[in-house]
Ligand binder design. Structure first.
Ligand SMILES: Nc1ncnc2c1ncn2[C@@H]1O[C@H](COP(=O)(O)OP(=O)(O)OP(=O)(O)O)[C@@H](O)[C@H]1O
Ligand SMILES: [Mg+2]
Length: 605
């Protein structure tokens, strides 16, 4: 199980970096750096300069000890102090250059990746989203993108800078005294190796801790967002107990981690200082044998520490790079997702439609999960709807009404047969020109966080204020909007004013009016409104339906009465079609549904 740095658990289909990244993946990743070559070059200059100057420090120490302390040379002390200050100043400049250029590149990559991924997500089909959790997609956009940035900038920079330090230290040590250098080189891997083993164990255990915590978070998130169900079943103690048990597991994992840390930490430190003592011993003998000065011995110690630190950090950096490559894989996976429904090559623009809709022997099955044969949800449906006609779809729950509906804006394509507008197969038209002529008033109106005006303008971003007000009036929405605290500029949605079901519907109607589509798809809300709200909505719908071809999923008798014809679906088949009176007289399913359901709806005329 892969846990991203934010502690958020990534679902099991993850691409944790089990397989080494391919050359193509790395090339693709590096491609994101290409536009920022110049900044990268600046970063490399800063980084190389900073790391190289870091190598000067032990040399200065050496001179300080040998010249100043041993020979009591005051002029040399002044000179060395100046050099020291100048070195640190230059290092500061280099570091600034490196940090700024890297941050710039990294943040640009974040923007580029997020923009590209988000735009790509919007090209994907409805089915893609119905198969995924939004939370997972959002986490790829946020934490995975951040991980990729770290891989491309900070990690690469750290590897480079550590490599320079490592090689530089090694060369300088060899120049100073090759015997001591070989001695240190024999010891360094020992210390580094114990650090690596310790680090690996630690990482494994800390992943377990993260997983346990993430499980706890997921548990709490789920229970808290379903708090109504919890309360309705009075399962508060049950949920509290589940969470507490999970926290105990997290505690146990943390303690296992602590035990390793407590035991191995001092051990590694001991080994490090042991090696240091050994170097002092060997170096001391070299000093006594006049093959080394006291200052050079101090310089050696610092170089030796540099080398051990570089060796140790390589493994940590390697792990981070692997993690980031896993994140990049998850992002590329999204980017490689092909939209299932898109414009066919040579798709034509749908000119202003007359609005004749035809289903020709349409069958449909939702794509099956896991290879089983998918049952047909719509079977051999043939149906024509004349321009300007209103057709009501009725039928028992699960009959396929919403499914039939979703074929019209091509949220899905039929598995057999075809759907046509004005005689054109939908699959031969561009999605944009098709959907531009379809207005949908859904069962539940989704309002975006923003003002009422912004929500209305979703129907037509260029609508004039006069057109907006006219649409709101025609939708019977103007009156309540004007009574909101800031009128059209009142914030609605999650953080704003909460609107009632009827008010939301009228906003949806106004939005559709602004769009002025030829085809109207109306999914009537099942929840009943109070009679005043109901009549306002119905009057608004009347104005909206006027002169358009309308297909509506109707739950209320008052709505059904507005339809010219009624299509009755049952188990995916069209079993009755005709006007209300005809169907009632024929005594079929519609007549039965009518007796059972529609007649009892309160306040139906
Ligand atoms: N996204 C989906 N993936 C797979 N199967 C689905 C999906 N949506 C609906 N179905 C199945 O298709 C069948 C028809 O569903 P549909 O939503 O079209 O019915 P409906 O007539 O609109 O019912 P209701 O009146 O309850 O809204 C049902 O058996 C349902 O389980
Ligand atoms: Mg439905």
């Amino acid at each position: 199980m892969f846990t991203s740095r934010s502690g958020r658990r990534v679902p099991a289909d993850d691409t944790a970096p089990r397989n080494p990244p391919t050359r193509r993946e790395i090339a693709r990743l590096l491609g994101y750096l290409r536009p920022y070559r110049r900044y990268l070059a600046a970063a490399v200059v800063g980084l190389t300069g900073g790391a190289a100057l870091g190598l000067v420090f032990p040399w200065i120490m050496q001179n300080l000890v040998d010249a100043v302390l041993a020979r009591q040379d005051l002029a040399e002390l002044n000179r060395i102090t100046l050099i020291l200050v100048a070195t640190f100043l230059a290092r500061a400049v280099f570091y600034f250059l490196q940090n700024y250029a890297l941050a710039y590149t990294g943040e640009r990559i974040v923007v580029d990746l997020r923009r590209e991924t988000y735009a790509h997500l919007h090209t994907l089909s409805v089915r893609f989203f119905s198969d995924r959790r939004v939370g997972e997609l959002v986490s790829r956009l946020s934490s995975d993108v951040t991980l990729v940035r770290a891989a491309l900038t900070n990690n690469v920079a750290a590897v480079l800078s550590q490599a320079i330090t490592f090689l530089g230290s090694l060369v300088l040590m060899l120049v100073l005294n090759w015997r001591l250098t070989l001695f240190i080189l024999a010891l360094a891997p020992l210390v580094a190796l114990s650090g690596v083993l310790f680090g690996r164990q630690l990482r494994k255990l800390s992943t377990t801790v993260q997983d346990q915590l993430a499980d706890g978070t997921a548990l709490a998130e789920e229970a808290l967002s379903g708090v109504r169900v919890v309360k309705a079943f009075t399962r508060e103690p049950y949920e509290a107990e589940r969470y507490a048990a999970q926290m105990e597991r997290a505690f146990d994992a943390t303690m296992a981690l602590t035990r390793v840390r407590a035991a191995f930490g001092p051990l590694v430190t001991f080994l490090g200082f042991g090696a240091l003592a050994a170097v002092l011993w060997f170096g001391g003998r070299e000093v006594l044998a006049s093959r080394l000065t006291g200052g050079a011995l101090i310089a050696f110690l610092v170089y030796g520490v540099n080398i051990a630190a570089a060796l140790g950090s390589f493994t940590a950096l390697y792990a981070q790079l692997q993690e980031a490559l896993g994140a990049s894989r998850r992002i590329f996976e999204l980017l490689d997702e092909e939209p299932e429904i898109r414009d066919a090559p040579g798709a034509r623009l749908l000119a202003l439609a007359a609005g004749r809709l035809a289903f020709e022997r349409v069958s449909f099955a939702y794509p099956a999960a896991g290879g089983q044969a998918a049952p047909a949800v719509l079977r051999d449906i043939t149906l024509e709807i004349e321009p300007g006609e209103a057709l009501a779809l009725v039928g028992p729950s699960g009959a396929g009404k919403s499914t039939l509906f979703n074929l019209i804006p091509r949220f899905y394509d039929p598995t057999a047969g075809r759907v046509c507008v004005d005689g054109h197969d939908l699959r031969g038209l561009t999605l944009r020109s098709l959907r531009a002529q379809i207005g949908i008033v859904p069962q539940e109106t989704h309002l975006f966080s923003g003002t009422v005006r912004e929500n209305l303008l979703y129907g037509d971003l260029e609508a004039s204020p006069a057109a907006l007000a006219a649409a709101a009036r025609a939708a019977n929405a103007a009156e309540f909007i004007e009574q909101l605290p800031d009128g059209y500029d009142t914030l609605v949605g999650e953080k704003g004013v909460k609107l009632s079901g009827g008010q939301r519907q009228r906003i949806a109607i106004a939005r559709a009016l602004l769009k002025d589509p030829r085809l109207l798809l109306l999914d009537e809300a099942t929840s009943s409104l109070d009679s005043e709200s109901e009549s306002l909505v119905q009057a608004a719908l009347d104005r909206l339906m006027h002169g358009r071809t309308t297909v509506m999923i109707a739950h209320r008798l008052s709505t059904i009465h507005r339809a010219n014809r009624i299509a009755v679906l049952d188990a995916g088949q069209l079993i009755e079609l005709g006007a209300h009176a005809e169907l009632l007289a024929s005594g079929g399913l519609y007549a039965r549904l009518y007796q059972l359901q529609f007649r009892r709806v309160p306040r139906a005329p």
